[in-house]
Structures are given as structure tokens and as C-alpha cells.
Design a protein around this ligand. Structure first.
Ligand SMILES: *Cc1c(COP(=O)(O)O)cnc(C)c1O
Length: 397
């Protein structure tokens, strides 16, 4: 046994006063809300200086004091995190934006930033003695669970919509996961997974229904701050499905502020969705605290095809607290954005990332983003997982 130095103390509910011991095997709070991890921030502030981080390997595990895994033996890593923050070569300059940055998460294991979340969640599952993990997914989360479960020697069960692009199915099968396809969206996949949890005792890894995936995703917030030499950018544009990354980064920013690692205004968080599935954008515009289910969700950006998110209130809270906004973009524009990333930046990205480029253009036109702003676009995944879809789009646009 060798300690990671984690200062995690307890799980807490962001909606009610309940708290749970870290050793509890749990999905949601009794009140139905997702649970979050609390840490001894004072201890970290006392013992760890940001300069110390420079000497650690570029990986999400460099922030281990602020991560939940207790024993280094339980860390299941495939090299996730430590991704580049690239300066835009053409998209920014063409829009008159001097300070546009691209956080390239497509280089993560399994081709998306889901590797951070699932790497963390599987490591904690191993630590807690869980062996059978099930996930409803739009694609990338299933691939990532299948890969990390394979690496950990645990069993994975992946439930996806039947229209999911084939590469997501194939890698799951290669990783040895059980796979089930359902009609409908991730919503129906979620219902199927819930049935298997109830009848066959699988442990649910559904988005935000276990407390640790978000802790992996929050490392993107630490990484961006570190890459900017402990400054916050002005705006972060994030393609939103279940919202773990947005909620996670917002948590990370609050943690860093609390430890005195940096100060100044936190970034405005912009949530981007497709016009074919925009429950968060609609709720934001209507001033609601939670989102209503989106009927008949349609978008080729499968990670955004999430008609209802358990963490909706946390996404909306983060966007509003940050002074951010929520934007829906058309399918045509998100494909155009995907082309721009490939043709103007050299990044063959997932269409979810293309949506951030389309949103950027809208937000410059509306005046929300000023030309002097430092803006980070999230390139959340690789285009190679979407070859079928992107080939079809090549012919029709
Ligand atoms: C899952 C996914 C998203 C959405 O991420 P959330 O944190 O669930 O909102 C965006 N892009 C890609 C490529 C994804 O796989």
C-alpha cells in the first residue's frame, strides 16, 4: 500500500445537507442529486505549491492530492490528461481574435476526454472493490469504460443507441465489454441499464450517477490554469451533453481559488448544444433552474445527443454563476466548424468540437465575446471515431 496523498474527506450533496463517508459505495444522494467529493483544501494549500507541480509528469494524476484515489496501486492509467493547449493558427486570426486557444482532448486514450472521467471512476471502483460496471452511453463514454475496465481486469457492460457510429461498438467489443444496442437515444439506453442494475446487480456508471467521473474531468480545469501559468482565461466554450466537464471545471476553479492558487475573475462558461438537442440552452433562455426533457433529440454530434441530464441544475448554475451563456448551433454549422478545425488548424476533430467553433462565431457576432478576450475552445474528441458520419457529411455539405 502506497498513499497517493489524496486529501479527499467525504462525499457531499450540492442540493441538500447530506454527507457520506468516502468508503460508501453509492450512486446518487438519497435526495436524487449527484454527489461531489470534498477535500482538505487547507492541507493542500499548506503543503503543495503550484511550482511543485511543474516537476511532475504531464498527466491528470499530477493533481493527486485533489483526486479521490487513495492507493497508488489502484490507479489505472493509459496516459490520460496532459493534453496540449494550442494557439489557434487560422480560425482565431481570421475572426480578428488574437488569443484563441484550442484544448486538444482528442489525443487522449480512446480518442476523447471521456478517458479522464472513466479512468478516474474505474480506478475508484477498483479501490472500492466493485467488479461489474455498466454504462449507458452515446459512444465515447462506452469506449472509455470498456478500455479502463479491460486494463483493470473488471467487467464492463455498455448500452448504446443503435445509431451510434460503428467504431464505438467495435472498440468496446475488442476491449471485451458486453454490448447492447437499443432503439432511441441515451435516454432509452439509460432505462435499459437501470433494468440490468436492478435485476443483475451491475453497478451504474451513468453520467453523474457515481461521484468520481467528474473528478477526472475537473483536471481539465487545473490543466488549463497551469498551462496559462496560473491565470484564468476569459471564456471557455464547451460542447455539452451530460455536462460533467463543465461542472467539473467549475468545481476545479472554485477549489483553486480557495487554495489561493490564483485569483481574478473566473472564466465565463459557455455551454454549446445542437439545435437538434438543446435542453440546456432552452432552460437557460427561459431562466429555469433545471431543464425539461428534449423530445426527439437529433444530432450527428452523438456526445450532445443527451435529451435530459441529471446534472442539469449544476450545469445551469455554473453557466449563470460564471456570467456565461448557452448557445445552440445548427447541424450545418457544426459540420462547418469540424471542417474548419481540420482545414485551418490541422485537427481532425469530433463534430462536438466543431460546435464550439460555430458557437464562437455566433458569440463574436453578438458581441458576447470581445476580440481582446482569451478564449478556450474544447476539442473534446477525435474525428476518427465518427468516420461514417463525417463521410456522409462530406457528401451532403
Ligand atoms: C461526451 C462528449 C461530450 C459531452 O461531454 P459532457 O461532459 O458529457 O457534457 C462532448 N464531446 C464529445 C466528443 C463527447 O464524447
Amino acid at each position: 500500500m502506497s498513499s497517493t496523498g489524496s486529501t479527499a474527506t467525504e462525499l457531499y450533496c450540492p442540493k441538500c445537507p447530506r454527507r457520506y463517508s468516502l468508503s460508501t459505495v453509492i450512486n446518487l444522494c438519497e435526495c436524487g442529486s449527484p454527489l461531489l467529493v470534498d477535500y482538505d483544501y487547507e492541507a493542500v494549500a499548506r503543503t503543495l505549491k503550484v511550482a511543485d507541480l511543474r516537476n511532475r509528469d504531464a498527466s491528470m494524476w499530477k493533481y493527486r492530492e485533489l483526486l479521490p484515489v487513495q492507493d497508488t496501486e489502484n490507479i489505472i492509467t493509459l496516459g490520460e490528461g496532459g493534453t496540449p493547449l494550442l494557439r489557434s493558427k487560422n480560425i482565431g486570426p481570421e475572426l480578428g481574435l488574437d488569443n484563441l486557444l484550442l484544448k486538444d482532448e482528442s489525443v487522449n486514450p480512446t480518442g476523447s476526454f471521456k478517458a479522464r472521467g472513466l479512468g478516474m471512476a474505474v480506478s475508484r471502483a477498483k479501490e472500492l472493490g466493485l467488479t461489474r460496471l455498466i454504462i449507458p452511453t452515446a459512444g465515447n463514454a462506452g469506449s472509455a469504460l470498456a478500455a479502463y475496465a479491460a486494463a483493470a481486469g473488471l467487467s464492463a457492460y455498455v448500452v448504446m443507441p443503435e445509431e451510434t457510429p460503428s467504431p464505438f461498438l467495435i472498440d468496446c467489443l475488442y476491449h471485451g465489454a458486453q454490448l447492447e444496442l437499443v432503439k432511441g437515444s441515451i435516454k432509452q439506453a439509460g432505462a435499459k441499464a437501470a433494468e440490468l442494475v436492478k435485476n443483475e446487480g451491475w453497478f451504474s456508471f451513468a453520467t453523474l450517477k457515481e461521484p468520481y467521473r467528474i473528478e477526472g474531468k475537473k483536471t481539465m480545469g487545473y490543466e488549463i490554469a497551469e498551462q496559462l501559468d496560473w491565470q484564468f482565461p476569459d471564456v471557455i466554450i464547451y460542447p455539452t451533453g451530460g455536462g460533467t466537464g463543465l461542472i467539473g471545471m467549475w468545481k476545479a476553479f472554485a477549489e483553486m481559488e480557495r487554495m489561493g492558487w490564483l485569483s481574478g475573475p473566473k472564466p465565463k462558461m459557455v455551454s454549446v448544444q445542437s439545435e437538434g438537442c438543446a435542453p440546456i440552452v432552452r432552460a437557460f433562455e427561459q431562466g429555469r433552474e433545471a431543464a425539461e426533457l428534449w423530445e426527439n433529440p437529433q444530432t450527428i454530434a452523438s456526445g450532445l445527443r443527451v435529451p435530459g441530464a441529471v446534472g442539469d441544475f449544476l450545469i445551469l448554475r455554473a453557466v449563470r454563476e460564471s456570467g456565461g451563456t448557452a448557445v445552440a448551433v445548427s447541424e450545418e454549422d457544426l459540420i462547418g466548424g469540424t471542417r474548419d478545425l481540420a482545414a485551418k488548424e490541422g485537427i481532425f476533430a469530433a463534430p462536438e468540437a466543431g460546435a464550439t467553433v460555430a458557437a464562437l462565431e455566433k458569440l463574436i457576432a453578438s458581441g458576447f465575446i470581445k476580440k481582446t478576450d482569451q478564449v478556450v475552445l474544447f476539442v473534446t474528441g477525435s474525428g476518427y471515431k465518427y468516420l461514417d458520419t463525417l463521410q456522409a457529411a462530406l457528401n451532403s455539405h
